[in-house]
Design a protein around this ligand. Structure first.
Ligand SMILES: Nc1ncnc2c1ncn2[C@@H]1O[C@H](COP(=O)(O)OP(=O)(O)O)[C@@H](O)[C@H]1O
Ligand SMILES: [Mg+2]
Length: 135
């Protein structure tokens, strides 16, 4: 059974927004009793997705919530933008693929650092990436 908890929404437009988001995500992880390593994994994944929201999505927001499945506590994050979308999600997930001047490791890295990972993207309408990590 899943219980959704306290939701919080933050804008993602500037580097300062990314700093605030990192702090907020770390606080939620602490609240859920994550180890320092697990906190850092989720914060790292979140940073990559926030950068993508800003760099490729033209800015957007992140919604964060505490979640519990059975007895396991976790944090779920939903990044959304109304940018150009991702025409080929499978290609975008490949390590080394970038349409900017990044390393192309952000999406794949975020997926590996998360317990759950989902991308929904429609060309011309935007992108939504949902991740969750359980303790
Ligand atoms: N929110 C987004 N909107 C549109 N395109 C995106 C978005 N996020 C990622 N992408 C696309 O996926 C590619 C791979 O992203 P990523 O793995 O983070 O690598 P990088 O950021 O280094 O390019 C990006 O180069 C971009 O083409
Ligand atoms: Mg990236």
């Amino acid at each position: 059974m899943t219980a959704g908890g306290e939701a919080l929404s933050l804008p993602l437009r500037t580097s300062e927004d990314v700093v605030r988001m990192r702090q907020a995500v770390r606080e939620l992880c602490v609240k859920q009793g994550f180890s320092l390593v697990d906190q850092t994994k989720l914060v790292t994944a979140a940073s990559e997705l926030a950068r993508n929201t800003i760099d490729y999505g033209g800015g957007g927001q992140v919604a964060a919530q505490l979640a519990t499945i059975n007895m396991r506590k976790g944090v779920r994050l939903i990044f959304s933008d109304q940018g150009p979308g991702i025409p080929d999600v499978e290609l975008a997930l490949k390590d080394g693929h970038t349409t900017g001047n990044g390393l192309g490791l952000g999406l794949g890295g975020a997926k590996r650092l998360s317990s759950e990972f989902q991308i929904e993207s429609k060309p011309g309408q935007g992108t939504r990436v949902t991740i969750a990590r359980w303790r």
